[in-house]
Design a protein around this ligand. Structure first.
Ligand SMILES: CCCCCCCC/C=C\CCCCCCCC(=O)N[C@@H](COP(=O)(O)O)[C@H](O)/C=C/CCCCCCCCCCCCC
Length: 214
């Protein structure tokens, strides 16, 4: 059953990332963006202090949704098709943002980097002791991933927001899958799919030298 509108369901996020990878190992953008929408719903429930993060994530999701629902939607069905289409059409700014500041390739790259943070954070949550600090897990995951791409002011704002995170058990409760044990089990199911999507995207972007898009 679908979660009530606005409520977060880890199951739905899991299903979305699971549905992303096709038999041909392509990444479907529809479920990918659905997964992100679900995560943002969760973030919104954590309080206004996270709104600068969710606004940025939503802006990027909306850019991608407009491509996926636009005239060239067939070219945006999968990540692989998008990269082919945008590169062959010269639709990606490779050196500095100019003619195509919001290409699909650069927008997905930002979400892709954030997916690494998510992977590390969920791994941390899953394996940490019951009394571990969510804020410390989040900070470590952020420092090992996204922080390298953010200016000082964003890193500081993120550090302040992370201090507002609830305890690990309270956090696992909000995931809406039952008690902390069930949440941990579900994280164990979710992680391989998130790693898979991350790995395929990373390889594709490496192949086309897209990992440093401005
Ligand atoms: C399974 C449930 C548990 C986990 C739930 C986690 C929910 C997280 C939801 C969304 C994650 C945020 C995604 C943020 C995308 C950031 C993309 C980015 O890097 N943007 C920067 C660069 O963009 P351009 O300027 O080049 O266009 C932009 O400058 C960033 C601005 C906002 C700050 C981003 C801080 C990111 C911190 C990520 C940790 C989120 C903490 C959530 C706490 C649970």
């Amino acid at each position: 059953m679908a979660a009530a509108q606005g409520a977060f369901s880890l199951r739905e996020v899991l299903a979305a990332f699971q549905a992303c990878v096709t038999e041909q190992r392509e990444v479907l953008l529809g479920p990918y963006l659905c997964g992100w929408r679900g995560l943002v719903r969760f973030l919104n429930g954590l309080g206004a202090i996270f709104s600068f993060i969710s606004k940025d994530a939503v802006a990027k999701i909306q850019i991608m949704e407009s491509y996926c629902g636009g005239e060239r939607r067939e070219e945006y069905r999968t990540l692989q098709a998008m990269v082919r289409y945008e590169l062959s059409g010269g639709l990606v700014d490779l050196q500095r943002r100019s003619a195509h500041p919001d290409s699909g390739c650069r927008t997905v790259l930002r979400l892709h980097r954030a997916l690494k943070w998510l992977q590390l954070f969920l791994e941390g949550l899953r394996t940490a002791r019951q009394d571990a600090s969510t804020s410390a897990i989040c900070t470590d995951s952020y420092n090992a991933s996204l922080a390298a791409y953010h200016p000082w002011v964003v890193r500081k704002a993120a550090a302040v927001a992370f201090c507002a995170l609830p305890s690990r058990d309270a956090f696992l409760e909000v995931m809406n899958v039952g008690g902390p044990e069930e949440a941990v089990e579900m994280l164990g199911d979710a992680l391989p799919h998130i790693r898979d999507v991350y790995g395929i995207t990373q390889e594709l972007y490496e192949q086309h030298r897209l990992l440093d898009l401005p």
